[in-house]
Design a protein around this ligand. Structure first.
Ligand SMILES: *Cc1c(COP(=O)(O)O)cnc(C)c1O
Length: 539
């Protein structure tokens, strides 16, 4: 790519995962956005980020002495954000809301501009209070600030934009502002929409229908999200109720899903949506300097002592776990890492399905498991999943641990210090799964259902393992699939993973090398950005 001749991109996202201390992310979407920006910086690409400055960020989530999950919030202050001096105004419930624009400067040519409503001018300073806090009206207000406020901020900052990238449906209200601009220069709604479409690209993330946000039209209108458009125009963009993903698909010249299998699923999911853009697959990638341990890379590159390097990193993880929980794991025994948002389809507790099978392995310490993951603060089902994992920790002392308050720091420790990385979602509901990429490049072997990115990478028994043989919810009912996958998990774990770990260390290390060799370029953010430019941003 000739970097001097590339389209200038404005990347919109509700969250950015840049480091553990900057509370501007919740999970995978933010990690992806953070890595996208870091990669753009490394490659000196003309791309800026638009987001929100969250006063409290996402929940800090802990477990009390009775095993109950609870959420805490703090007000955070960051001295590394620069005041741009720019303020823009959006209307929420017909009231002016002033958004102060901060700049995250550490990205050099790729600043992230963050809008903030927590200023004295505003009666409601809490719009940018909690990331994914609350629902309904508050979420719409946040989306007005991100989308409509974001476009206004770009104008006020005099940043020229060729392509608007809406990463997830949260940002689609930006299009109402873009359409309004076109209509103000005399175009009809039709022509304005067409013009806007030619500049917008969209990324969809969740293959679960209910996970795709939608809002009642009357509520959007009441909140001010129409932004001057009429109800019938809004319905044409996003249907009724207004679906943010459908709107994204109709407002973009091209859309993408975040892995090849996800693209198939997404095209099926949105098949009947008229006038939508094509959805291609651009598999996520990760920013290696953030996630991959230099000792592992060095040992791999120099054909050095890879096992020795792994053991050193594993011991650091064990020390980290001991500091946090008081539990001391055994560096010689197999250590399984598992960290995911606590959502039912991810089946965090699948491995505990048959106590008869798993209990002896845990009691003998042949298997040790370290879990982490948060539930959404308003998701009681998710909290019950976390509570169950915590009960398992008490039931199998010294073999099962749960690390509370999952964040990037824990994510990094787990994806480099575990021996295997377990992933067992109900196929095909996991869109991509970047934690598996982090693990793979650290020589931590993936043991995973063939979902998300893994079908593209897996050479079964060579660079990791698959189980479940690609059977999915399209083939079996949920209950049948759970049973099928549980048996497959036990079979693979006991007869292939444990057997290799305990009886054939040489093969294990060979597999670690294959894991690093086959994923490090293919699932890097450089490859991903190359695809975004060549398939999405450049016309
Ligand atoms: C990498 C990472 C994620 C995304 O991983 P998934 O594989 O999508 O679950 C989420 N949260 C944190 C803290 C991470 O480090």
């Amino acid at each position: 790519m000739d970097v001097n001749n590339l389209p200038r991109v404005a990347y919109f996202c509700m969250e950015y995962g840049l480091n553990s201390d900057f509370k501007a992310y919740a999970g995978g979407l933010g990690i992806l956005a953070g890595d996208h920006l870091k990669g753009a910086k490394d490659l000196n690409l003309p791309l800026v980020g638009i987001g929100l400055k969250w006063k409290q960020g996402y929940t800090d989530q802990f477990i009390d002495d009775n095993g109950e999950v609870y959420d805490t919030y703090h007000n955070y202050h960051y001295n590394f954000l620069k005041d741009t001096g720019v303020k823009v105004t959006v209307k929420v419930r017909k009231v002016d809301v002033v958004c102060k624009v901060w700049k995250l400067d550490e990205f050099g040519n790729n600043p992230i501009y963050l809008l903030d409503t927590d200023i004295p001018e505003n009666g409601d300073a809490w719009i940018t209070g909690q990331l994914y806090g609350w629902f309904g009206e508050e979420r719409i207000a946040q989306e007005i600030v991100l989308g409509i406020g974001g476009v206004k901020a770009l104008r006020a900052l005099e940043i020229s934009v060729d392509v608007y990238h809406f990463n997830e449906g949260h940002a689609v209200l930006a299009a109402t502002e873009l359409i309004k601009e076109e209509m103000q220069s005399g175009r009809s709604f039709e022509l304005a929409w067409e013009k806007v479409r030619s500049k917008v690209v969209f990324t969809t993330h969740t293959p679960i229908v209910e996970g795709n946000e939608s809002h009642d039209l009357y509520k959007l209108e009441y909140m001010g999200a129409f932004n001057g458009l009429t109800k019938s125009q809004m319905v044409r963009l996003g249907d009724e109720p207004f679906n943010m993903t459908i709107a994204g698909l109709r407002l973009s010249r091209k859309a993408n899903a975040v892995a090849k299998l996800h693209a198939e699923t997404a095209n099926k999911m949105w098949k009947t949506v008229a006038g939508r853009s094509e959805i291609i697959g651009i598999t996520n990638g990760i920013h290696k300097p953030t996630w991959v341990d230099a000792r592992i890379t060095k040992a791999f590159d120099n054909d050095g002592d890879l096992w020795g390097a792994h053991l050193a990193v594993k011991k650091e993880l064990i020390e980290f776990i001991k500091e946090r929980t008081g539990i001391l794991l055994d560096a010689q025994k197999l250590l399984i890492g598992f960290s995911r948002r606590a959502a039912p389809y991810k089946r965090s507790d699948l491995i505990f399905t048959s106590e008869e099978i798993i209990a002896p392995l845990l009691k003998s310490g042949k298997i040790q498991i370290v879990f982490s993951g948060k539930a959404h603060p308003l998701d009681d089902t998710g909290k019950e999943i976390v509570a169950k994992l915590v009960r398992m920790m008490k039931k199998y002392p010294g073999s099962v641990v749960f690390l509370e308050n999952y964040d990037m720091n824990i994510g990094r420790e787990l994806t480099r210090g575990s021996d295997i990385w377990l992933n067992n979602p109900r196929r095909p509901l996991e869109a991509s799964g970047t934690s598996g990429m982090k693990a793979a490049m650290n020589g931590v072997l993936n043991c995973s259902i063939l979902d998300g990115w893994w079908p593209e990478a897996c050479i079964d028994g060579v660079n990791g393992w698959q189980f479940g043989d690609g059977v999915s919810l399209n083939d079996l009912s949920e209950a049948e699939l759970d049973k099928h996958d549980t048996l497959a998990l036990y079979d693979t774990l006991i007869n292939r993973v444990m057997d290799t770990y305990y009886n054939n260390r040489e093969k294990w290390v060979e597999m670690m090398k294959e894991s690093i060799r086959t994923t490090s370029q293919e699932f890097s953010v450089e490859r991903m950005l190359d695809e975004y430019y060549n398939k999405m941003y450049i016309k």
